[in-house]
Design a protein around this ligand. Structure first.
Ligand SMILES: N=c1c2ncn([C@@H]3O[C@H](COP(=O)(O)OP(=O)(O)OP(=O)(O)O)[C@@H](O)[C@H]3O)c2ncn1[C@@H]1O[C@H](COP(=O)(O)O)[C@@H](O)[C@H]1O
Length: 111
């Protein structure tokens, strides 16, 4: 397989193709169905998957942690796609933060 970010880009292209404006069919596609129903449908899933990830971590169940993280990332990407955003933009934001301690960044906000 190509790099992880390439994979995310391919998945994002698939999600984009499921938008109503691109002819996504809610009868044959789970993502198109979410987009057809509107933001509440996938925002609810983001909340549910985050909670399920917390529970998997509490149980220290590594297989479930991976599966629930995949569900959370996937539904977050569905949200990104709906708002016309790309995973590359999230990766760019994380890269921008690279090397900046969270403690230092937080302290800089208090000034
Ligand atoms: N990565 C995923 C993916 N991960 C999870 N899911 C679906 O997300 C749904 C919700 O997961 P849950 O565990 O909450 O299952 P559930 O209890 O049945 O959920 P609900 O009934 O409440 O929706 C399930 O139907 C999963 O199959 C996914 N559906 C699609 N993809 C990707 O999106 C692409 C496009 O999918 P379609 O639009 O369906 O063709 C696919 O080719 C995949 O690459």
């Amino acid at each position: 397989m190509s790099s992880s970010s390439d994979f995310l880009a391919v998945l994002a292209n698939t999600l984009e193709s499921r938008l109503p404006s691109n002819g996504g069919n809610p009868e044959s596609s789970y993502v198109a169905k979410l987009y057809h129903k509107g933001p509440d449908s996938f925002l609810k899933k983001v909340g549910e998957e985050a909670t399920e990830l917390v529970m998997a971590c509490k149980d220290a169940d590594k297989e479930r942690i991976i599966a629930e993280t995949a569900d959370l990332w996937f539904h977050s990407m569905v949200a990104l796609g709906y708002y016309g955003l790309r995973p590359e933009q999230v990766i760019t934001e994380l890269a921008r933060r690279e090397g900046v301690s969270g403690l230092v960044e937080k302290a800089s906000r208090k000034e």
